[in-house]
Design a protein around this ligand. Structure first.
Ligand SMILES: [Fe+2]
Length: 135
């Protein structure tokens, strides 16, 4: 079940970031699949764990990149990452305690990802383009 469809609007032009964003879309869709196929609660755990682990890794890559290019708002951006991870980890803990994770969670992840890439990530992409124009 595809709920997060990649499209060129999401392209940052930075190879590693684009590859990771596409992997995140795939991970969200994989989690959606585990619900769609009605897999047991214990089988959605690994998909959720993978999504959170990969998101954490991706955020580290992005934050390092923002610091490297001297993006002045990298801390605010990193705070948004932290807020999502806190929320995701709280849901993961609920899941581990046996609380059923619902499709709304998957939709939340998909919406967050699309909004974040389009509205937040593209700010440092614009900054990078400006820098290159000035050089
Ligand atoms: Fe980001």
């Amino acid at each position: 079940m595809t709920i997060a469809i990649w499209n060129s609007r999401y392209e940052t032009g930075i190879e590693i970031i684009d590859a990771q964003h596409q992997d995140l879309f795939a991970a969200v869709n994989q989690l959606a699949d585990s619900f769609h196929e009605g897999r047991a609660q214990d089988q959605t755990g690994p998909s959720l764990d993978f999504l959170i682990r990969y998101t954490t890794e991706h955020f580290q890559t992005e934050e390092q990149h923002m610091r490297e290019i001297g993006f002045p708002y990298w801390m605010e951006h990193a705070e948004e990452h932290t807020r999502l991870l806190e929320k995701a980890e709280a849901l993961q803990a609920d899941h581990a305690l046996g609380k059923v994770v619902t499709m709304e969670l998957v939709i939340f992840f998909a919406d967050w990802l699309k909004h974040h890439i389009n509205d937040v990530d593209l700010q440092y992409v614009e900054f990078l383009k400006e820098q290159r124009r000035e050089d």
